[in-house]
Structure formats: C-alpha cells, structure tokens
Design a protein around this ligand. Sequence first.
Ligand code: ATP
Ligand code: ZN
Ligand code: MG
Length: 397
Amino acid sequence: MNATIIEFPPTVTIPPHLVGEVQSKLAYVDERIAAAHIGAAGDNIIIELKEPLSTAEQATIEEKVQRVVVSMAQGAIRPKVQVLEDYLDRRVPFNGDPMPELARRGEISQEAQGIYVLGPLLTRLVDWFEQRFLDLAASFSAQPYRFPTLIPARYLEKVGYFRAFPHSLSFATHLREDLDHIDSFAEGAACDQHGNLNAPFERFAPIQTLLSPAVCYHLYFTLADQTLPPQGVTATAVGNCFRYESLNLSSLERLWNFTMREVIFVGSKEFVLENREIARQRMQRVFEEIGFAYRVESANDPFFIGEFRKQAAFQSAFQLKYEIRARLPFKDSTLAVGSYNYHQDFFGRHLSIHLPDGSPAHTGCVAFGLERIVFAFLAQFGFDLAQWPRSMQEILQ
Ligand code: ATP
Ligand code: ZN
Ligand code: MG
C-alpha cells in the first residue's frame, strides 16, 4: 500500500526525557521523511513522508527508525537533572510568538531554511546582550580574539567531532584549480527549481575545510603544543557557527547559521570550574535585572545516535554542561539560550596544552546564542517598549 503517513510503536518504549532527543534525530534517518513525531508517552511514532511510498520502502524506513530508537533508548537511565537556578516563574508581560510580528515589521528576512537576515530592532537587541557578555568577559580580563568562520577538517577530526556530531556538519569547498572546470562552471552554472546548483562533484576540490560549529575550538588549537602561563588563559570571541539541524530548523530558535559569544577558560581544573561558577553567578544578576524567566539545569550535548547514550551519560555524571533555558511562554516550553561547559582535560590531552607542571590543561567555556537570547527576550517581553525593562528601553533612541 502506498501511504504518506506511517505510524508504529517503537521496539522499546522511549523514556519521556529522551522523546525530544530521539525525535530530533529522526530527521536524519531518511531524506523522504517530511516530519517525525513521537508521542509524549514514548510509545508511538508517526512519520510523515514527502511522497507516497510502497510497503517495502516504508518497511525500510521503519527499520531505520527502530535502529535509532534502540540505539538511543534501550537501557537508558534517566540522569538526575540538577537545577542550579530556577526563575521560570518570573512574571513576564508577553505570551505571543514573536515571529509573525517580526515578519510584519520586516525585521527578519529568510534567505533559506535556518538562514535569516536580522533587521535594526533585532540587531540592536543583539548588541544590547552582546554588551552584557562583553562586560562579563571584561570582569575576567578576558583577552579578545577573532576567529575564522572556516575550520580545517583536520582540527575537527582531532577532537572527535566527526564521530560525535556528523549529522550537523557543514562543508566548504571551492572549484578545482583547472581552467577547463572553471570555464565550464562559469558558462553553465545555474540553480534548478529547488535551488540546487547543477555543477558535477568532480569540479570541486576535495573537502579540507568546514564551516565552524563552535567558537572555542579555535582557541584550543591556537594553544596546542604549548605550556600555559601560571595564571591560565581567559579569552572571549564572537563568531558565526554552523549546525545543520535539518527538519528541526525552525524560526530564530534553531538556525543553520547562528552567532555565538563565548568566554573561554583554559588552566587548572579549579581555575576552570571556579570561573565557570563565577560567570554563572554574574549572569544571574544580569538576568535578574531584566526580569528574565529562565532556569539553569544540567544538560548534555546533542550527540549523534551511536554516540548518544555513552556520551550523554558521561556528561551528566561529571556535570560537564549546564544550560540556561529561557521560558517561551507562547509554546509553554523552554529554549537553551546559553550554556556553561566544562571539558575536563579533553582538549588539553588531545592537543597537548600543558600546565606549567606538565599536566594537561583543563578547559571550559560559557557560550551564548545571540539570536536565541533575543528571540527569547521578545517572546517574554513583546514589542511594546513600555513593557520592557527600563535599562533596555533606550536601545531604540
Ligand atoms: P540545543 O540543546 O538547543 O541543541 P546545544 O546544546 O547544541 O543547543 P551549545 O552547543 O551549548 O548548544 O551551544 C551554545 C548556545 O548556542 C546554545 O545555548 C544556543 O543558545 C546556541 N545554539 C546552539 N545551536 C543553535 C542553533 N542551531 N541555532 C541557534 N542557536 C543555537
Ligand atoms: Zn565553547
Ligand atoms: Mg543542548
């Protein structure tokens, strides 16, 4: 039978805390999937297909979905969620979805899925939050850096990124240095109705470079094979980051191309953990001043299917990641607008960054998603400036 919706129970029941995580991974199972939904109880999967498929083809997709489910959910133990701050109940003046109003005002212009131009109001809001993050960085005397948007494949390979997050990689290449290829491309290059460029693969150089998925890696590679000064290294940078999130790309919440501001600590374990904690406390005051509704809780990175269970459990056990989850009143949910991360001596060991005593350095970073924090702010405070925190009302003057 040809159908466009298939519905079936998972081989193993998906525990509630993993429903979102598994559902987001189903986007990568098959190109013919248009949408995937897992019931909140974790016992029902609904897959919407882009086109009607034969029973045999549907079975193939179902089998791949089950592989994801088993790999991520079988034997999974719910990690204890540790809540460090809980201000989710703060009263905020707005409960609408900012997207329609942003579109009406010409504040967003979508170039493609997950790629947006931001207008003056959004840009001023980004700058306002940026200033708070720069103040945070200055309070640690963090040294400013500018990192490239591109990152060598070798770098990502060296820190295990290909195994951990293959699904979200974005590759960069260029035409081969060959007059015939360049000539043919210049004459014939055109996009089809889907926006696909018609150039054959052999025209392009082998991939040595990707679009950078994070900011702090660049610093760690800068410090590779070095011994750190006794006071450690504290740095800050803002950069374009790229994560291909497939069907999960939506509104300003989940972009392919977004911007991250980081404050980065490299030094001893105590140095990194203490500073991460101080940064959290300083940000707590900033959020209090504006009356932001959010919570800080333990989390894990969105590892790819095969790596998920092991890595996520590891991160939870060692309290490596805390997320600042802002309330989105219009959908009664939360969104990670930043994270406080500790990588232990992972980068120190893999990149030979040493402390003065010869042991591997520890690293950690505080990372903020600029588009997301502005989106969450508008979702809580809306567009009537009179309702905004007083300190922010002047940004339009
Ligand atoms: P999520 O849990 O939402 O997938 P993450 O855990 O992958 O995010 P981090 O790696 O901690 O995010 O990145 C730091 C911050 O960068 C996030 O807290 C978020 O604000 C922002 N960010 C991450 N991915 C995206 C994205 N696809 N679009 C917009 N902002 C993002
Ligand atoms: Zn980082
Ligand atoms: Mg996360």
